[in-house]
Design a protein. Structure first.
Length: 81
């Protein structure tokens, strides 16, 4: 049986808010693992998180993921006049 990690702990793992985690899940560009829903709660297979970590480069400050954060931020930037 695979180990499941609740969303709150996943957010802590990456140093982000749970709402940011939800954005990562819904944004296909991040490639973030999809959760398993059990009773209205999200759980992530630990093996899929480890695989995602291996595919992505971490930055040291705050344990956040640089390229994921920049891709999501770039998507929300508006063109300047």
């Amino acid at each position: 049986m695979s180990v499941l990690v609740i969303a709150k702990d996943v957010a802590k793992r990456y140093g982000i808010h749970v709402k940011t985690l939800a954005r990562w899940v819904h944004d296909e560009r991040t490639g973030f693992p999809q959760p398993v829903t059990i009773g209205n709660r999200w759980y992530f297979p630990a093996a899929s998180l480890e695989a995602w970590d291996a595919r992505n480069e971490r930055i040291s400050s705050g344990n956040k993921l640089n390229h994921v954060a920049s891709r999501v931020d770039d998507a929300h930037e508006r063109p300047r006049p």
